[in-house]
Design a protein around this ligand. Structure first.
Ligand code: ADP
Length: 375
C-alpha cells in the first residue's frame, strides 16, 4: 500500500480543513493531515512532523502565509508550499509565487487541489534531482581543477628534473671538446655517465609511479624473504651497498597474499635510501628488515643507522619531489612512490627518525589471505 502523504495544514478554521480533506479523498489521494493555526505551532510542526507538503491559508490571527514561507526557506525546508485561500487578486497571487509558493488554489475551487498537490510534488522531485546532479557536477569540477593543478606542478617538476642532468651533459660535452688530454676526457665522460644515470633513474621512478597508478593490484601467495633478497641483489652494485650490513628477521604466522611487484618497489626504494643516506662517520652501517606476517596483517619495519632526518623535515618526506638533504641526488620521488604504493595495497606507512642516529619506516599492509585458507 502507498505510504499516506503527510500534509501540514496551516489553517485556523477546522471546517475548512474538513472541506480540503473531502476534496483530496475525492481526488483519490491517500493522506494524513496535521493542522496548526499559530506561528509557534507551525515552527514545531516543521521540526517534528516531517511533512511532505504544506497547505497554507493566507491570513491567520497574528500570522500569515508570507511569514510561513520565509520560515520554511530560512530553515531549509524544501517541500512544496501551496496557498489555499479565499478570493484573492491576481496581483496577490503573483506576489505569492514570487515569494516562493509552488501554487495557489482558491477555496471556492478546491476541486483543483489534488492535481495541484500531485504536480507540485513532481515538480519538487525534479528540482531536487536537478540540484543533486548540479552538486555532482560541481564536485567533479572541483576534482578536475585539483587534478589539473597537480598535473601542472608535476609537469613543471618533471621537466625541471629531466632538464638538469641533460644541461649538465651538454655543458660537459662543450668542455670535453676543448680538451686534448685523454685523462681529462675520461673524467668528463664519467661525469656525463653519472648525469645520464641520474636521468635514467628519474625516468624509472616516474614509470614506477605511473605503473602503480594504472595497474590493478595482483594478489598472489608471495615469499617475502625472496622479495627482500631480490631487492638486495638488484641494489648490490649501487655505490656504498657493500658497506651496509643487511639483516632480515621474519616472524611468519601465516602465508602471505599480496602483490609481489609492489612489495619489491617498496623494498627497493627503502633499501636504496638506506644505502644513499648511510652515515660514513659510523664504524658500521646497517639496515634491518623486521617482518611479521599475521593472518590479517603484514607489518614491515625497516631500520637503518644512517644520517637520519631532521624532525622539521619529517612531515614532508613523503611529498612528491621533496628532498630533505643536500646529499640527495635523486628527484625526491622515492618515498612518494612508497606511500602511493602502500596506499594502493590498502596499507599505511609512517616514519620515525633521529638526526644523526638513524631512520625507521613502519608499514602495515592487509594480508589478502583467501577466505578458504585456515591458519
Ligand atoms: P630522494 O632520495 O630522491 O631525495 P626520497 O623521496 O626517496 O627522495 O626521499 C626524500 C628525502 O627523505 C631524501 O631527500 C632524504 O633527505 C630523506 N630520506 C629518505 N630516506 C632516508 C633514510 N633512510 N635516511 C635518511 N634520510 C632519508
Amino acid at each position: 500500500m502507498q505510504k499516506p502523504l503527510k500534509i501540514l495544514v496551516l489553517e485556523d478554521v477546522q471546517d475548512d480543513v474538513g472541506l480540503i480533506e473531502r476534496e483530496l479523498r475525492k481526488g483519490g489521494l491517500t493522506f494524513e493531515t496535521t493542522r496548526v493555526d499559530s506561528k509557534q505551532g507551525f515552527i514545531e510542526a516543521l521540526r517534528q512532523y516531517e511533512a511532505d507538503i504544506i497547505l497554507s491559508d493566507h491570513s491567520l490571527p497574528q500570522f500569515n502565509s508570507f511569514e510561513a514561507l520565509k520560515l520554511c526557506r530560512r530553515s531549509g525546508v524544501r517541500i512544496p508550499f501551496i496557498l489555499v485561500t479565499g478570493s484573492v487578486s491576481e496581483e496577490f497571487a503573483v506576489t505569492c509565487l514570487k515569494e516562493g509558493a509552488d501554487d495557489y488554489v482558491l477555496k471556492s475551487n478546491l476541486i483543483r487541489l489534488p492535481n495541484a498537490i500531485v504536480n507540485s510534488l513532481k515538480q519538487k522531485e525534479l528540482e531536487n534531482e536537478r540540484k543533486k546532479s548540479d552538486e555532482a557536477i560541481r564536485e567533479q569540477n572541483e576534482e578536475l581543477v585539483k587534478i589539473n593543478r597537480e598535473l601542472d606542478s608535476f609537469v613543471y617538476s618533471v621537466s625541471h628534473n629531466l632538464r638538469a642532468p641533460l644541461m649538465s651533459v651538454l655543458g660537459l660535452l662543450n668542455l670535453a671538446r676543448l680538451q686534448e688530454g685523454k685523462e681529462e676526457m675520461n673524467q668528463y665522460f664519467q661525469m656525463m655517465e653519472q648525469s645520464i644515470q641520474k636521468l635514467d633513474n628519474t625516468l624509472k621512478e616516474i614509470l614506477d609511479y605511473s605503473r602503480n597508478a594504472r595497474k590493478d593490484v595482483d594478489v598472489q601467495q608471495v615469499d617475502i624473504r625472496d622479495i627482500v633478497n631480490d631487492s638486495i641483489k638488484r641494489l648490490l652494485y649501487m655505490e656504498g651497498s657493500e658497506k651496509i650490513t643487511k639483516t632480515i628477521d621474519i616472524i611468519e604466522q601465516s602465508p602471505l597474499y599480496s602483490d609481489a611487484y609492489r612489495l619489491l618497489v617498496i623494498f627497493n626504494n627503502l633499501l636504496s635510501n638506506s644505502i644513499k643516506y648511510r652515515d660514513p662517520q659510523k664504524e658500521e652501517n646497517f639496515i634491518h628488515f623486521y617482518i611479521t606476517i599475521e593472518k590479517q596483517l603484514l607489518t614491515i619495519r625497516v631500520q637503518d643507522n644512517g644520517i637520519g632526518i631532521p624532525s622539521h623535515f619529517l612531515p614532508k618526506v613523503f611529498n612528491m619531489f621533496y628532498r630533505a638533504t643536500e646529499r640527495s641526488e635523486g628527484a625526491g620521488l622515492g618515498l612518494y612512490i612508497v606511500r602511493e604504493t602502500v596506499q594502493k595495497l590498502g596499507g599505511k606507512v609512517d616514519v620515525h627518525s633521529e638526526y644523526g642516529i638513524g631512520t625507521t619506516f613502519e608499514i602495515e599492509i592487509p594480508n589478502k589471505l583467501p577466505g578458504d585458507i585456515n591458519v
